[in-house]
Design a protein around this ligand. Sequence first.
Ligand SMILES: Cc1ncc(COP(=O)(O)O)c(C=O)c1O
Length: 402
Amino acid sequence: MTDTPSENPNLAQMEATHASGGVARREATIVRGQGARIFDDQGKSYIDLSAGHGWAGLGHAHPVVTRAIREQAETLVCLTESAYNDQRALWLHELTELLRVELGSTDRGPLTRVSISSSGAEAIEAAIKLARLFTGRTEIVAFQRGFHGRTFGALSATAKQAFREPFEPLVPGFSHLPYNDVAALSTGVGERTAAVIVEVVQGEGGVHIAQLEFAAAVRDTCNRVGALLVVDEIQTGLGRTGRWFASQHFDLAPDILVLGKTLGGGVPMGATIWRDALGPIPAGSHGSTFGGGPLACAASRAVLEVMRDQDIPQRAATLGRHVLDRLSGSNARVVREARGLGLMLGVELRKKVTPILRSLMERGVWALPAGMNVLRLLPPLTIAQPDLDDALTVVLEVLSDT
Ligand SMILES: Cc1ncc(COP(=O)(O)O)c(C=O)c1O
């Protein structure tokens, strides 16, 4: 008979025996989350400065989101898009209204059409397919250090050689230009380009922020050659950078906006949203069983409601400035630079980040790497200031001791 977890307390070993190995694990078995804290099976608590790798914008087990999930789970969990649904209809209306208010004041018209999926990578796949469909072109331009996911299309848009190499050949037609290099756009983007795909703050690539003139040049270049601009806001979207959408910091009007992570409040969800003028796509051209399920839509409605009611983006802006001030004040020798926008923060180090992450964990703080030598902090946007300050004190002490 197979051991049940209660008969075999070594859950980590049990999991390691059967897990794919594709994701490196830390030495902790997390069994519960509440607000900005997560707890392991030994009762140890961690302040979660990773927001669960970016999805927990509202923290863990937010009561409004939890209630929405519970009520919807008792009503209707899943329904494909082959029938209309109350939660999906309301969510589509609420999301596109938000986009109209926040991103609608440009001359490119509103973002009104949405393909709903179940992950960030899948939402990027949709963006790539749409770009080819709408333009009749095949080439996609992305950027060095960019990260867009690990499915074939998303991986083809992702620059990092170590992620790509074992799976080549990838999808043809992708190229990667240097980030923040305006001159490279004029030669790298042309009349065969279907889309340029960009993160305005690169997350996995090291928390690098686009320069204003670069963002403007990306938009101008797309206009000049007739390519679509895809902005990947899977990590930056929904308040993370101190605005609802990071594109707003750059006055950038995407043709296709991609959201994920925080969008579903922890229920897997991605969204690919495009301009009204591009119109709907033909029936049968894209969709999936779980995309747009009522459970995800209900959870996301709760996320949007809490964010709006509590002006969470503004909170992220205020707390983010505070964190950046404290990090920038560090005179630890290991710190090369602290940078960030809102509560998306990176500390570039003169050493590898892994031992620092381990020391932080020992002291009850869960943070993230971004590449080999950037410490990335993505706290829940709802984190209480005392928790944030306590965690920062630990971060600064660990950096000083390194
Ligand atoms: C900017 C960006 N795009 C795409 C993805 C992929 O999302 P997912 O892990 O949900 O497939 C991520 C995930 O970290 C991301 O940060």
